[in-house]
Design a protein. Sequence first.
Length: 363
Amino acid sequence: MIDSSGNNRTGAERGFALVATWSMRWLLIALALWALVEVGKQVTGILVPVAIAVLLAALLGPAVRQLRGWGWPRWLATVTVLLGGLALVGGVIGFVVASFLSGLPDLLGQLSTVVRSLYDWAVHGPLGLAPERIGKLQQEALGWLQQNRQQLTQGVMSTVFTLGSLLSGSLLVVFSLVFFLYEGERMWSRTCGVLPERHRERVAGAGRDVFRSLIAYTRATTVVAIADATGIGVGLFVLGVPLAGPLTALVFLGGFLPVLGALISGVVAVLITLVTKGLVTAAIVLALVVVVQQLEGNVLQPWLIGDAARVHPLIIVLAVTAGGLVAGVVGALLAVPLVITVRCVFVALVSHEASGQRSSEGE
């Protein structure tokens, strides 16, 4: 085999050259991602509020377009949706968070009871496990809950206050949101206008695809969180489960963390019911959680999101976990929108390259 320079190359040499080429490419990509993360850490105070403003614009933007379609002036539609949307979102989040925080100490106390009950069931129940093996795990779990009870409460409160300031009190969020709602499309067109003409339409189209996907994602996430909280919460109240209010609030908040949030909140609800109401009621709650989450995953999300913003559950779990490790609750909330953005940009670039190749072949 003779390469382009006229030298004979064996199969092993060609394999090493191929590996070296792709390794260099991936190394450059990893280096670029590392640089972006490091730069992002330095400007987190700007990126996070702007990212939240973009998500709020995706949630409220369709209402502005609807009002403009009815003949409303642009400024009046923007002000109406902005004030009404912020009041509604802030009121719902404030009510849910207040309910959750008020019941958090009792919720942690019930979790301690759950740990003790699981020990008794595992040792004296049908499993018949060795007491010393389970006892060590029980003591570790109880010790962790007791030692971190105050820290958990304070951590949740500080996180809630941080999110509240970003969502309702931060001037940068509100300031950015005003312009995104009022002239978001024109701002994006002007931004793309500074690019070379041959790339302008491709970048503009990718941006529009990203925003359409974010609209679908925010709409679906909000509806799913409300549906989960309504379905499971009504069941908890009807069955007379203690702490039904805080558990419903936990389910609602968990709906904004895809996959992991619904799983964790559902497990907590079943365990609390098992300890306080018995096995039969816990089985009913488990069936209710499974049915609601199956309807969410197989009906609501595909119908509301569609193909544009659909991401594999494994990627969602990895993204939420990585976002939580890097930036806490805010990182977990913004992880999936970031993945959706990267996916849309990649699909747009690949589609453009494929269409360019087809057109060149046609010529």
